[in-house]
Design a protein around this ligand. Structure first.
Ligand code: ADP
Ligand code: MG
Length: 253
């Protein structure tokens, strides 16, 4: 599966290009020249120590955090200040560690809100599509419940369905299983694997090694605001090159 997708990806121009991206929080230099690219259909896993800039980097890609140096281009659209923000956000779906569902809306309402408000979809169309997405993530029967009535794993699957409802070309995940009890991690990873198999371009911050080795085409290791290894998951886990990567692996393995 992975090699087939890589072969396909190798033929096409990158859909995300970051060049020398910089980000400061006051005097703190959080991203120190991040350069990478992702081709359509690729699944790229991002790992690294806490505080190394993983969240900051993926938040710059859909401009939740503006970068302050270097360039980011998403599907050919340059991300510069406030310009093009809406255009880029239409292309990019994001799933967070904390599911961030609207607590006062039902599951189905959470999913139909943006398509009806932002995309101008009719309620009937948005609901039909919403139910189809809930079926895809395996929780159609929860459509009329409220988030608090669902398990963490179910809530995260709703969050994935909600992002997909906007028909993004790229999905960003920031530690999507880190807040889940162990028995719920697999159900979320299974949904992400299915998404990867369907050809979605994915950038995933996760320490789930099984997922990385089974699904990811590439792995980026962050340390102190830069990418120090850009390789395949197998190569990274079997032959980490940098001392920091070796130390990191010895702690998580
Ligand atoms: P990671 O996701 O790899 O754990 P982050 O990207 O969240 O790391 O953070 C990188 C660094 O930037 C950390 O030192 C963090 O404290 C700092 N940082 C992140 N967000 C902010 C913020 N909004 N204000 C100030 N510092 C921040
Ligand atoms: Mg983080």
């Amino acid at each position: 599966m992975t090699s087939e997708r890589s072969a396909r990806a190798a033929d096409s121009a990158p859909i995300i290009v970051a060049e020398n991206v910089q980000k400061h929080f006051g005097s703190f230099h959080a991203l120190r020249g991040v350069s990478m690219s992702v081709r359509p259909g690729e699944v790229v896993v991002v790992i690294g120590p806490s505080g190394s800039g993983k969240s900051t980097f993926i938040r710059t890609i859909n401009a939740l955090d503006p970068h302050d140096g270097g360039t980011i281009t998403v599907d050919g659209i340059p991300l510069q200040g406030a310009k093009n923000l809406d255009a880029i956000r239409r292309e990019v779906g994001m799933v967070f560690q904390s599911f961030n569902l609207f607590p006062h809306l039902t599951v189905l309402e959470n999913i139909t809100l943006a398509p009806t408000r932002v995309r101008g979809a009719s309620r009937a169309d948005a609901e039909a599509r919403g139910l189809e997405l809930l079926r895809r993530v395996g929780i159609e029967e929860q459509a009329h419940k409220y988030p608090a009535q669902l398990s963490g794993g179910q809530q995260q699957r709703v969050a994935i369905a909600r992002a997909l409802a906007m028909e993004p070309k790229i999905m960003l995940f920031d530690e999507p299983t880190s807040a889940l009890d162990p028995e719920m991690i697999k159900e979320v990873l299974d949904v992400m694997k299915e998404l990867a198999r369907s050809g979605m371009t994915m950038l995933v911050v996760t320490h789930e090694m099984g997922f990385a080795r089974e699904v990811a085409d590439r792995l980026l290791f962050f340390d102190q605001g830069t990418i120090v290894e850009d390789t395949t998951p197998d190569e990274f886990y079997e032959h980490p090159k940098h001392e920091r990567a070796k130390q990191f692996l010895s702690k998580i393995l």
